[in-house]
Design a binder for this molecule. Structure first.
Ligand code: SF4
Length: 351
């Protein structure tokens, strides 16, 4: 790594959001309760290091629910699943835990609600992304998926007074606003979520990278290629005029990116572990150290999925002194979940 980087400016907030925290901790419980394999429909979150950690712990990730043998435990990913997948997983599994983020569930509800009112729904999202597939599947006949970078395209409403605009939670804010402006102009009675469907984690991280872009020469965004919110962060950084690059970890850093950079900004997508962020900073090795650029505090907490909580409580109740676990890498009592972090869970998996 070239030695000329003087300082790293580290964005806060960055990395794990409340939905990812919940999903990683939930899958950690699953691998500690059940003998392997535990099945997970789709990547639990879109991060290579997280997926590999769980694969090493006995999780098999599938993209087709029919690959799950009957009677095995199954978890559904944080991105939300189509209703028929939830039904099929429930039918197949001994225990089925849906780790969908509650903010994704909110959008599923909006799709069902507006379809029930016979609205045409424009869903702004990325074709083929797990979250978009799950949301559109709630009412496919009523929904038109439009790409945020291409706008409304050939969409035509049956009734211009009954059009709803919904969105994937992880879009770039500027991309969402572009589609919103066009749609509002074309359909003055447009119905949309009060503060958009973009989640708090998406908007906070994008606000932070916009500030980072003003104060740095280059930005590295830690996260995996399949992570929509990570890719959005890179686009936001570039839109602000600062060269921005996605890296999964230090191995992806091209030294030429940093040749003329005295101050390097570092942030991370919502599914990127802080362990990878630390490795990236270690590789940059700034001569004057690391400073924090803090925009806001986040204290959101999403409880573990109700089926998992109930299952663990039942086990705890029937086995005196707590249930037997097959190794030491387990979270504490389930009531203490708010004090327990996904970063800590991954540290245990990686020992
Ligand atoms: S990025 Fe937002 S919607 Fe997605 S899991 Fe995190 S909090 Fe939930």
């Amino acid at each position: 790594m070239p030695p000329m980087v003087e300082k790293v400016l580290l964005a806060e907030p960055r990395g794990f959001c409340a939905g990812v925290e919940m999903a990683i901790k939930a899958l950690t419980w699953m691998v500690n309760i059940f003998e392997p394999p535990v099945y997970c429909y789709h990547e639990i979150v879109h991060n290579q290091a997280v997926v590999e950690a769980f694969q090493a712990a006995g999780v098999i990730f599938v993209d087709d629910i029919s690959e799950v043998p009957h009677g095995r435990p199954v978890m559904l990913s944080a991105h939300g699943s189509a209703p028929e997948i939830v039904t099929e997983a429930t039918n197949r599994a001994a225990v089925m835990v849906d780790a969908v983020c509650p903010l994704v569930t909110k959008v599923h509800h909006e799709v069902k609600l507006m379809a029930g009112k016979d609205f045409d729904i424009i869903y702004v999202g990325h074709d083929g992304h797990d979250e978009a597939i799950g949301a559109v599947a709630e009412a496919p006949a009523a929904v038109t998926l439009v790409d945020p970078e291409q706008g409304l395209g050939s969409f035509e409403a049956r009734d211009p007074s009954k059009v709803a605009l919904l969105a994937q939670t992880t879009l770039g804010m500027h991309e969402w606003e572009g589609v919103l402006d066009t749609a509002a102009e074309r359909y003055p009675e447009l119905t949309t979520a009060r503060r958009s469907d973009l989640c708090y984690a998406t908007t906070n991280r994008q606000s932070a990278i916009r500030q980072l872009a003003q104060e740095t020469d280059t930005i590295l965004v830690v996260g995996s290629e399949a992570s929509s919110n990570t890719q959005a962060l890179v686009r936001v950084g570039r839109k602000e005029g600062t060269p921005s690059y996605r890296v999964d970890g230090p191995e992806d850093i091209d030294p030429s990116w940093l040749t003329d950079s005295k101050i390097v900004g570092v942030t991370a997508g919502a599914s990127a572990p802080d362990q990878r962020v630390r490795e990236v900073i270690d590789a940059i090795a700034p001569s004057d150290g690391v400073a924090i650029l803090s925009l806001t505090d986040e204290d959101e907490y999403f409880p573990l999925p109700p089926t998992l909580r109930q299952f663990v409580k039942t086990l705890q109740a029937v086995v005196e002194g707590g249930f037997a676990v097959k190794n030491q890498n387990r979270p504490g009592p389930i009531e203490q979940d708010p004090d327990y972090s996904a970063t800590g869970a991954l540290d245990l998996l990686w020992v």
